[in-house]
Design a protein around this ligand. Sequence first.
Ligand code: HEM
Length: 503
Amino acid sequence: MLEDFGLGTWHWAIAFALILGVFVIYEPDGDLIDVPTVKYSRYLPAFFNRVIFYSVGSQLIDEGYEKYKDTPFRILKADGDLIVLPAKYIDELRNVGPSELSSLDAQYNNVLGKYTNVLVESRLPSFTVTKRLNPAIGRLVPKLIDELQYAFDIEVPKCDKWTPINAYNMLLGLLTRATSRIICGDSICRNEKWLETVTNYTINVGITVVLLRPFPKLLRPLVAKFLPSVRKLNKQVKFVKQELFIPMINARRHEEKHNPNYQKPDDFLQWMMDAADNPRDADADFMAHNLFIIMSLAVVHTSSMLMTHMLYDLIEMPEYLEPLREEIQATLANGWTNAKQSSFISQHRMDSFMKEVQRFNPTGEVSMHRIVRRPVILTGGLVLPRGAHICFAAGPLSRDPNIISEPTPFSGLRWSTKPEIKTNSFVSIGPHNMHFGFGRQACPGRFFASVTIKAIMSRIIAEYEFKYEGKRNERPANVRIGEQIMPNMETRIVMRRREGVVA
Ligand code: HEM
């Protein structure tokens, strides 16, 4: 496994010794906020408590939420502190803008952007999603379905009889192909090297973050030099920028200038090019980098993980299959290939199932991460100092009976009984659902994610039967790293085409 990262035994021995040595003398700066700390053991030194956060992060956040419902608490992570705020501050902070509380800074910190080559300095991608992508979803659905049709032929085996397949890889392949067409355009979306790079980049980011986080900031540049994952990341960014996006941006600009009959493509890259209103955002290199990051970190794995959870839950709870199939048949009466945005909007059961699956399997136990840029004074007098990393306990909040009545057990159709209530929808956010963040800087891509997931899962659910490979009959446990939660990505399922059914 370690060899997969390209490190030999000696490298690992040196790295281990270095980490241990550094831990003994190093303690990251606390966030200078006087709040209680929730840690694994009060008998162990802080550096052990920080490292152990990787394996018990979710547990500690749940524990803190139960103990300090109405007051903030601190969690020790490998490279700093997380200040988890109570729900009473959500409304107060929701509209505070990025100049005071920045979500981009938090994302940059979370993924150690300096070393992983993740660049999230621009508001242009977010603006383009809100102002250009979201209003265009209706127009884009036929294109999405067209690319999915091609993607299904490639990613899903024929399945005339029970056929083994890795669930996550299949769903990731479908999603990446279809969304690449909308985001990056017709000429790149079928480029195999692009598809491989955009899905693999995030894995290298994950490896780098886990390895680098425990090191003090001063040592990170040195350690990063030796990490193969960092070298791979740099190579991947270089390939995407120099061989794909920059030539494409320049060619489009050239055409626009010199060809009077030129028809601009209708894709996310073009909308970014049109919306860029300052020299930095308009710079081809910067734009190419931003486009790559939004695809790899915002679009691709988030939706694929949710679809994988859905598939696992459907195997675990097959009683949801028939109600969903009934709805798919009714809402896609003219066939899946003729689906419209309105078809997916009418899928209230699917919408509810997605929301419930996400509630039980969010991408993280905390959300609405913000880095304080300018000190903020909260009602009651608590001061959030510059540099503090704050967040809310999204997971525990969404399971709190004071916020959601009868939060357990899982009830896949609970949100579909009254679809006219806005807060019941998958894309609706609030204290009951902070898994897309909340407030001014919440995820703008959730509307597109909702349609894409419904388009893929409608066809999977209608046309195929599925179960786990071999003797497994239990849902694989989720993978938890610190505050993050992922489905098991190795699990194999077997699939078979349902006789005579074409969605
Ligand atoms: C199931 C799929 C998705 C999940 C779970 C998800 C989750 C999130 C979360 C938790 C945030 C942080 C929000 C906050 O801190 O308040 C975020 C931000 C963001 N997401 Fe998503 N996301 C998903 C899909 C997408 C898609 C498909 C796109 C683009 C088309 C997208 C674009 C963005 C952007 C641009 C931001 C930054 C917003 C800002 O800082 O203003 N996301 N997402």
